[in-house]
Design a protein. Structure first.
Length: 298
């Protein structure tokens, strides 16, 4: 197996807790003391520099640095591989992403990117499920599409358990090797191949529509622009066939937006006064036409 030239990494927060948070400012070892002070001051560049004084296999450097060192040592990744860190949409996630960027650039990696996965957070479980995990899957697909599956690997060591599961699934489905290192392992391991496949070009094209059609969304969550764009796309007819959505029900879907009532109470109003007026006019015209036809026939 050739070494990967691009490694996609899921990122957790173990570098902060328990590792750096457990340091003391009065530690007798000067490097650890300086690292404790930099962490307390939220000086992330100084934290990255302080971690550089320790070996990459030192537990203090955290699971991400340890696992990447093991990947390179075992020949699974090139020594100067491109690194893409997918971190959570939290203050800790962004801080750790910044530390990893600085650390690995100092270590000589040609390209290091820290990417925030929007809505991958622990404040709102519904957002985490409906948007955060989906955004993670899309980001992994984008990187693999940009760099090519043959040159990529996934390091699924850090992050939320669901985040790791998504990374493993995407890697297995797209034929990209996936690696994992537990804190008690002395080396990183590769996940065995699983009988999973995915047409990720089709998934990338349809994922937005599938999000709109999922059962737990209410019409108030949709915008007219989004729905109009999706209905114009070829993906709409594909999804209608695959989900059993009939033509009449898809039309009702487009009319089922909630609108504020005239009283401002916010209760749903599915038809406006203008629509009712137009329908009444059509009804009167039809009645006049029938009356005229009846007189003519008489």
């Amino acid at each position: 197996m050739r070494p990967a030239h691009t490694v996609i990494c899921t990122v957790g927060t173990s570098l902060f807790r328990p590792n750096l948070a457990g340091l003391r400012a009065d530690d007798p070892e000067p490097n650890r003391q300086a690292l404790a002070r930099a962490y307390a001051a939220c000086d992330w560049e100084a934290v990255a520099a302080g971690l550089g004084t320790h070996g990459p296999t030192d537990w203090l450097c955290g699971a991400k640095i340890n696992s990447l060192a093991s990947l390179v040592a075992k020949g699974y990744a090139a020594a100067n591989a491109n690194l893409v860190f997918c971190h959570s949409d939290t203050a800790d996630g962004q801080a750790i992403g910044r530390i990893l960027e600085v650390y690995f650039r100092r270590a000589g990696h040609s390209s290091v990117q820290a990417r925030t996965i929007t809505d991958l957070q622990d404040r709102d479980p519904r957002l985490f499920r409906t948007r955060g995990l989906r955004n993670l899957a899309r980001e992994v697909c984008k990187v693999i599409r940009d760099y090519g599956a043959a040159s990529c690997a996934i390091n699924a060591t850090g992050g939320y358990k669901a985040q790791i599961a998504i990374a493993v699934l995407m890697g297995q489905a797209l034929g990209v090797p996936v690696y994992y290192k537990h804190e008690l392992f002395d080396e990183i391991i590769a996940f065995p191949p699983m009988p999973v496949a995915l047409d990720f070009e089709a998934w990338m094209r349809l994922s937005g529509l599938l999000f709109v059609l999922q059962a737990d969304l209410q019409p108030a969550d949709w915008s007219r622009t989004t729905l109009a764009t999706l209905r114009r796309s070829r993906a709409w007819s594909i999804a209608r066939r695959s989900t059993g959505l009939t033509t009449s029900s898809s039309r009702r879907l487009g009319r089922s937006f909630t609108r504020p009532s005239a009283s401002g109470s916010g209760r749903p109003a599915t038809r406006s006064c203008r629509h009712r007026s137009q329908r009444a006019k059509r009804s009167r015209r039809t009645s006049r036409t029938r009356a005229t036809c009846t007189r003519s026939a008489g």
